[in-house]
Design a protein around this ligand. Structure first.
Ligand code: S3P
Length: 167
């Protein structure tokens, strides 16, 4: 079984994925980490030096390879993964694969992402929490169409990582 966690930046995909992997005795993989491993440079550097389109191409390439492998795993995606190219169809059409959307409110995302903005090139330049909130509101609205096509939707706002992984 391949379990894939999607959701906006800051929705807890990596933390939940790690715990879920341990509970289900499945290896945990993080798509961003896999990209960093192949590229030998971090995500802000990939965006800065090669651009977002290059990053998106790598993202699809590595996701496809993981989906094609016979290995079972828990995989956390990047926040944009299901929203680009044919990534969503690749995941939805893959055998024995369950796509889970970790759904987090705007308020909660704003709080978490203001703290975590510097590792994320799409938001690291935003200067105030208000500007960040406007960005997230619009971006989340655009992306929710894709996230909602997951097999399972789990609300994460008031829950610990452990509670979310139990759900
Ligand atoms: C992105 C989210 C990031 C990372 C990249 C782009 C996005 O992952 O893939 O910075 O488009 O939302 P996280 O969701 O783990 O922050």
């Amino acid at each position: 079984m391949k379990i894939i966690l999607s959701g906006y930046m800051g929705s807890g995909k990596s933390g939940v994925g790690e715990m879920l992997g341990a509970k289900m005795k499945l290896p945990f993989l993080d798509l961003d980490d896999e990209i960093v491993k192949v590229e030998q440079r971090d995500i802000p550097k990939i965006f800065a030096d090669s651009g977002e389109i290059y990053f998106r191409r790598k993202e699809t390439e590595i996701l496809s390879a993981l989906l094609d492998s016979t290995q079972d795993f828990v995989l956390s995606l990047g926040g944009g993964t299901p929203c680009y190219g044919n990534n969503l169809d690749l995941m939805r059409n893959n055998k024995n694969t369950s796509l889970v959307y970790l759904k987090t409110s705007l308020e909660e995302l704003k709080r978490r992402l203001w703290e975590g903005r510097f590792s994320r090139p799409l938001i690291s330049h935003l200067e105030t929490p208000e500007v960040l909130e406007d960005f997230i509101r619009k971006h989340l609205f655009e992306r929710t169409y894709y996230y909602n096509q997951s097999d399972i939707i789990v609300a994460t706002d008031d829950k610990t990582i452990e509670e979310v992984s139990d759900d």
